[in-house]
Design a protein around this ligand. Structure first.
Ligand SMILES: NC(=O)c1ccc[n+]([C@@H]2O[C@H](COP(=O)([O-])OP(=O)(O)OC[C@H]3O[C@@H](n4cnc5c(N)ncnc54)[C@H](OP(=O)(O)O)[C@@H]3O)[C@@H](O)[C@H]2O)c1
Length: 260
């Protein structure tokens, strides 16, 4: 029998332009690496860590992929148009058809009991996580090719409320609702919009807010007996970005190793 290995799966995103917010570190870095390995031309944003961004571009290039970085703080609302337009120009230089995948990943954590949260902190977290994701989805819709894929990143904290996470969970609940509504508004163009809710995932963000003992405790509560790695989330993003995942939209998917 002839070898029937489906080479079509080797680089499923060849010719596709992908934009990843917060792609310089943590989960976003793994997403950038994975989408580039799948053949996408990836433009990712970073906020402050230019060196980490440069290193990632070099790493992807050395692996035979294509990536460029752009600076964007999600609070700079007037810069979104420029970032998406610059990304489209870069896709042209890379020989990609246009913007086909957007991953709204950038976000910040916040830990404080409700009686300690002031208005400034509420505004900061909402501005970055909720409004930043809204503007990312809004501009994705304006710039994306029909048949595209939008993936947003929430948290398992919306399904499993934890003390100290009121503001963070509220900002991510907004992410989920924005995504559900966007799936209805963009569906007629063949664009899918799905949300991933990661459980505890080993990044700077997680380690800044949880002790090693707390992480061991969280690992013990999962079905798979460990906390997540950034690649666990990136691989799921790759599935949602895959052309074959065209019939899945408006979904909020818990990716937590069976924690909940
Ligand atoms: N790690 C977890 O356990 C976990 C669990 C659930 C959900 N999540 C969500 O997953 C996403 C990624 O988290 P992570 O753990 O990978 O975080 P991380 O390691 O702290 O990386 C955050 C990324 O977002 C960028 N960023 C931070 N503030 C920004 C701002 N104001 N504007 C634009 N970009 C900004 C950072 O850029 P710089 O490098 O330039 O600072 C970095 O690329 C977040 O939305 C987070 O809420 C994480």
């Amino acid at each position: 029998m002839a070898n029937s290995t489906p080479t079509v799966f080797a680089r499923p995103l060849a010719g596709v332009g992908a934009l990843v917010t917060g792609g310089s570190r943590g989960i976003g870095r793994a997403i950038t690496t994975r989408l580039a390995a799948d053949g996408a031309a990836v433009v990712f944003t970073y906020s402050t860590q230019a060196q980490a961004a440069e290193e990632l571009v070099a790493e992807v290039t050395a692996a035979g992929g294509w990536a460029r970085s752009l600076q964007l703080d999600l609070r700079e609302h007037t810069r979104f148009d420029d970032v998406f337009t610059t990304a489209e120009q870069a896709f042209g230089e890379a020989g990609a058809r246009g913007l086909g995948v957007v991953v709204a990943n950038a976000g910040v954590a916040a830990h404080a009991p409700i009686d300690e949260v002031d208005g400034h902190e509420w505004d900061r977290v909402m501005d970055i996580n909720a409004k930043g994701t809204f503007l990312t989805v809004q501009h994705a819709a304006a710039h994306m090719l029909d048949g595209g894929r939008i993936v947003t990143i929430s948290t398992i904290g919306t399904a499993w409320p934890s003390p100290g996470e009121a503001v963070y969970a509220a900002s991510k609940a907004a992410v989920e609702q924005i995504s559900r509504v966007a799936s209805r508004e963009l569906g007629r163009r063949g664009i899918t919009v799905n949300t991933i809710c990661p459980g505890p995932t080993d990044t700077d963000l997680l380690r800044a807010g949880a002790s090693p003992d707390a992480l061991d405790g969280a690992a013990a509560m999962t079905a798979l007996g460990r906390i997540g790695q950034p690649g666990d989330i990136a691989d799921l993003v790759a599935i949602l970005a895959h052309p074959d995942t065209r019939w899945l939209t408006g979904q909020v998917i818990r990716a937590d190793g069976g924690l909940t």
